[in-house]
Design a protein around this ligand. Structure first.
Ligand SMILES: Nc1ncnc2c1ncn2[C@@H]1O[C@H](COP(=O)(O)OP(=O)(O)O)[C@@H](O)[C@H]1O
Ligand SMILES: [Mg+2]
Length: 446
């Protein structure tokens, strides 16, 4: 290295405090002969010495510059199939087999798989659990708690997933030699410690989004902390996405009931743990829809986005909901709200979501957005909100009263009306509502 380069790298190291792995330049293949046969014999020697770190460097460089190719690796892997190389070969093949959903070529996948097999865990234990894109052509990140390596795909050849208030959501792959999985990676610089804590508390709870990976790292360029939450990928996106794409029209009544039942199962699990969600708009439930010849559409929904979730003991006086469309009347005066009032306001917000799920349009009182109206004062806003609620609800209640025996659809409407009762005490609790819905859902024949 000449003096200038040496000074520059010292400067970078001191100024940015980057770890050895981060500052390692994108592997120029070391100065060894460049013909494939020489390169391969050099790599063979390194494999026999089990110098995996150098083997990875050699592969990264020489696959990238085309010196060696898939066939060379295949031959090497067959020869050394009992070593980590064989394992990495299988891992890489399975990454490639994910197809367009991950868009990983063998050239990119193989060094990553080898790194996953030989180094990732060790490096993570030694304090480096994030590797920037420059090293492996994709960002890599290790969750030391769950012992999992993620290959963040960003938008390289794959579409982004979504955008929330805080988070940018793109695809990632959970590395597994035999069964890698494409998942959703939400990332933000907004501190998510509390949300992550809530998600840890909810691991194992039914009907609630499950954390597959929770990681924090410092961006090597900006030095800002980045918070990453990995979850299973729900193919229909949020319930709002389902509405926007008019997909709900294709869903049967039983599909809708299933979504409602899944959601109530999730919220009952949260309430049982003493947690309130407080942001239960249609964007914060994720939905999976599959279509099979035998069963038709099958749906699964979860309660997601724990950004506003809190222990009920810490909720007093805070906002009832994040979105005015789903605001209960008592939420106009949050300073008067205490403890279990927040359970009831969660139920109300979900009732509004069920209204849209069933009737196909947003709850009429929410549409006016009285909560956001600035000119009239909160008392008048709440009066107008209540008046609009009364009208919409009475219209539906009257229809039910005229029926001698309620159909299943009418029973669902009566549950929605109970959940959106202006009086919080009459809304019922999450357990009861979940069970009422459970009695209406027809089990899907396997
Ligand atoms: N696991 C996932 N599967 C499908 N879509 C997702 C997933 N995670 C996030 N999204 C999409 O990204 C959006 C934002 O995610 P969210 O967690 O709600 O972030 P924010 O807290 O910023 O609102 C969601 O509304 C949804 O459309
Ligand atoms: Mg959200």
């Amino acid at each position: 290295m000449n003096r200038f380069a040496c000074l520059l790298s010292t400067f970078l190291l001191v100024t940015f405090g980057l770890s050895a792995v981060v500052t390692q330049p994108l592997s120029p293949v070391p100065a060894v002969p460049t013909r494939p046969s020489y390169r391969l014999s050099h790599i063979r020697k390194l494999i026999e010495q089990e110098n995996w770190k150098e083997v990875i460097r050699q592969f990264r460089g020489s696959l990238k510059n085309g010196e060696i190719n898939d066939t060379h690796i295949e031959k090497l892997a067959k020869h050394y199939y009992k070593t980590k190389l064989g394992a990495a070969y299988i891992g890489a093949k399975n990454l490639v087999a994910l197809g367009p959903s991950a868009a990983l070529s063998f050239t990119t996948a193989f060094p990553i798989a080898l790194f996953a097999e030989v180094s990732a865990e060790k490096q993570a234990k030694n304090g480096t659990a994030y590797w920037p894109e420059a090293l492996f052509d994709r960002e890599l990140q290790y969750d030391t708690e769950q012992k999992r390596l993620f290959i963040h795909l960003g938008t390289k050849g794959v579409a982004p997933i979504g955008e929330g208030h805080y988070k940018t959501v793109t695809r990632t792959v959970l590395y597994d030699r035999l069964k890698p999985q494409v998942m959703a990676r939400a990332v933000t610089t907004t501190p998510l410690e509390r949300e992550m804590k809530m998600m840890r508390q909810l691991i194992g709870s039914p009907g609630v989004i499950q954390a597959e990976g929770l990681m924090i790292h410092k961006d090597p360029r900006t030095h800002k902390k980045q918070y990453t939450v990995v979850t299973k990928l729900y193919n229909a996106g949020s319930l709002q996405n389902v509405y926007d794409k008019r997909q709900q029209k294709r869903l049967s009544f039983n599909n809708r009931l299933t979504i409602a039942h899944n959601i109530m199962t999730g919220i009952a699990a949260m309430h049982e743990k003493g947690l309130v969600h407080r942001d239960l708009g249609a964007r914060n439930y994720f939905v999976n829809i599959t279509c099979e010849k035998k069963t038709g559409y099958t749906v699964k929904a979860v309660v997601a986005d724990m950004g506003r979730a809190k222990p009920i003991t810490e909720a007093d006086g805070g906002p009832a909901q994040g979105n005015g469309i789903y605001m209960p009347p008592e939420g106009f005066f949050p300073r008067k709200m205490k403890g279990i009032d927040y359970f009831a306001s969660d139920i109300f917000a979900i009732g509004c979501v069920f209204w849209e799920l069933h009737f196909g349009h947003q709850n009429p009182w929410g549409q006016h957005r009285y909560y956001r109206r600035e000119s009239k004062g909160m008392k008048k806003n709440c009066e107008d909100h209540l008046y609009s609620m009364k009208q919409a609800r009475e219209h539906e209640l009257a229809k039910l009263e005229h029926s001698k025996k309620l159909t299943k659809q009418q029973k669902f409407v009566s549950i929605i009306l109970q959940m959106t009762d202006p009086d919080p005490k009459k809304r019922g609790n999450a357990d009861e509502i979940r069970d009422m819905l459970g009695r209406l859902v027809k089990p899907v024949k396997g």
